[in-house]
Design a protein around this ligand. Sequence first.
Ligand SMILES: NC(=O)c1ccc[n+]([C@@H]2O[C@H](COP(=O)([O-])OP(=O)(O)OC[C@H]3O[C@@H](n4cnc5c(N)ncnc54)[C@H](O)[C@@H]3O)[C@@H](O)[C@H]2O)c1
Length: 357
Amino acid sequence: MKKDERRLKVGILGCGPIAQAAHFESATKARNADLYAICDVADDLRNRMAATHAPAKSYARYEEMLADPELEAVVIATSDSFHVPATVQALRAGKHVLCEKPLGISVEEVESLREVVAKSGKTLQVGHMKRFDAGLQSAKSFIDTEMGELLALKAWYCDSTHRYAMTDAVQPLMVKSANARKPAQDPKADLERYYMLAHGCHLLDTARYFGGEIVEVEARLRNRFGAYCWFIDVAFASGALGHLDLTVAVRMDWHEGFQIYGQNGSVIGKTYNPWYYKTSDVDIFREATGETTRILGADGHFYRRQLEGFADTILNGTAMTGADVEDGIASVRGMAAIAQSVKSGKSVKLVDVTGSV
Ligand SMILES: NC(=O)c1ccc[n+]([C@@H]2O[C@H](COP(=O)([O-])OP(=O)(O)OC[C@H]3O[C@@H](n4cnc5c(N)ncnc54)[C@H](O)[C@@H]3O)[C@@H](O)[C@H]2O)c1
């Protein structure tokens, strides 16, 4: 792959599954970035990844990686509860940050980031990589320039019971280590919370990417035969109606997509399991011409495209099209509001919400 002359020197914190499946390859393939450093406390894992991906530097301690004057940016690829502290450390060390989603696990901790980002003068982007799916980008461009008023939006994100058969077939074999640093509490101990943090944050970000600010949610949850289904009524600030469906896991293929009803046309999208690196099928219907168009999006590497967008913002001042700190905060507020609405049976305003997801 052709590389630009000026490239962002990126360090990746964490050599776990997401780094192995997405970030190492993204940094080595990116046109405008290099895999400058990797970091993991687990020596066996880090050494194996260093041998495979050949970064210039390899660090056991995060502080040491951050103290490297040549390092320009970090990708935070660790467990959710480490995101905010690791982001703060990097910004204070003068490094730009691409932090995996969700930005954090409580409203208060993500709110605290706003000021740290502003003071640092550095770029913080959140890893809502679906914003770099060319299909979703084509819908966004239609919404912003041609669609007129939004009437309603429906979006669904339904993980499949067959997802590991699918991902095992296409991802590299994951290298694990008994020495990896994990949070004190196993994130999968509470599946309701884990599914919301892992998957719900994507659904909320997609809804906000298209529909704008969400102000209120009313959510119901059913748990049957081990499957969790959230149906969420959403009020957008624009007055448009929204309905979100998060189901983990459906007894069928991966099922993700959206429908958007606008003044001058409509959009229907089908999104694939991300590890297939296949751009969503997004059909845009224009009322004026009576025609439907669909972009091919031959380059479906959302994670590499996300890193390239991040690097473009830093190196060339290109406007950020990824999720910024406000988007990251809004997604966490949305998840916390959904959890509270499920508990109380009432609708919850996002401005009122506090506490953990
Ligand atoms: N965008 C997506 O599609 C997507 C998909 C899957 C996972 N994710 C996100 O990725 C993150 C999880 O990644 P994972 O499953 O690879 O995590 P993991 O916990 O399995 O691995 C993280 C690695 O980081 C290391 N580490 C943690 N803190 C460290 C520190 N301070 N210093 C040095 N090393 C440290 C650990 O030793 C571990 O090896 C989650 O936030 C998850 O939401 C995103």
